[in-house]
Design a protein. Structure first.
Length: 303
């Protein structure tokens, strides 16, 4: 019988790609959903509601593995205090709900794999290359990721192998980061943001999904892993490549940082700053990236 993987956030950009990868890999897939969805021959849907702390326990009890992807978008809305709370709780509450089912039923999973983010290293541009044991930051993104990962540790305390995938900017067709920025480039009005020197730790969605699949079955994988390409891509480099792929050179001046700050408020640090992040640990674990060249990755994502 096929091993079952339960996904939170299965209907999102990464979740949809990952579902296909898991099914192709011979897993059966279950997805937690807030809305009623009809089961398909390949996917079983279960209801949950974080506001009322409801979850169909069968989803958890049936699972051999759980992958936690759910979470409000970091750059969807301005960071009001209410929005910050929603960003954090949308990541931690699902884990708390799953933890209660596991604990109350003495259920042991083969593994619990959770998304995390390269934001744990902070939103400031420096020459430091961040490793998994680098000190976390004390800004909003850093603190959010620390609390997120601490909640994952409660699953580990049950005797379940846990893996945390610290993700950078994810590139893929039609969704995610590129969906937000490509319209201006496609129209010929793309430009560099701020200084352009901020690093963009990126990964192609196909690589990210394969890393999640590896984390399920590789019993040697434990703890945090950076899921990014270490190639020193900056905003200026990425912007220039995007413009080139659409057939022109950037002709507009850089968008000043103060304009971005006026528009986005505190959230502006997410686009004006960026770290270099090392992928050495996941490579030592045996993962070989399919996409390591930013131009090839962008070209694939736009085709």
């Amino acid at each position: 019988m096929a091993k079952n993987v339960l996904l939170t956030g299965g209907a999102g950009f990464i979740g949809k790609y990952l579902t296909e990868v898991l099914i192709a890999g011979g897993f059966s897939v279950s997805v937690l959903s807030r809305s009623d969805r009809k089961n398909t021959p390949l996917i079983t849907y279960y209801k949950w509601d974080l506001k009322s702390n409801f979850i169909e326990e069968e989803a958890v009890l049936k699972a051999d593995y759980i992958i936690h992807l759910a979470g409000e978008g970091i750059v969807e809305k301005r960071w009001t205090e209410k929005r910050k709370k929603a960003i954090l709780e949308s990541r931690t509450k699902p884990i708390e709900l799953i933890y209660s089912v596991l604990k109350n039923n003495n259920k042991i999973l083969d593994a619990f794999v959770s998304a995390s983010a390269a934001g744990i290293y902070g939103a400031d541009t420096s020459e430091e290359i961040c490793l998994e044991d680098s000190a976390p930051a004390n800004d909003f993104l850093g603190i959010t990721c620390q609390k997120w990962e601490s909640t994952v540790d409660t699953i580990n305390a049950l005797g379940i192998r846990t893996v945390k995938i610290r993700t950078g900017i994810v590139l893929g067709r039609d969704e995610g980061f590129l969906k937000k920025i490509t319209p201006s480039f496609k129209a010929g009005f793309g430009s560099v943001i701020g200084s352009g020197k901020q690093y963009i730790p990126w990964i192609h969605v196909e690589d990210l999904c394969q890393i999640y699949a590896k984390a399920l079955i590789d019993a040697e994988m434990n703890g945090p892993y950076n899921a990014t390409i270490t190639d020193n891509t900056t905003n200026a480099k990425l912007s220039g490549i995007l413009a080139h792929l659409y057939g022109y050179k950037i002709w507009l001046p850089k968008i000043p940082a103060f304009v971005i700050k006026l528009i986005l408020g505190e959230m502006s640090v997410a686009v004006l700053e960026g770290k270099r992040v090392s992928s050495e640990k996941i490579q030592k674990a045996g993962y070989e990236f399919q996409f390591t060249d930013i131009e090839i990755a962008l070209s694939n994502s736009l085709s």
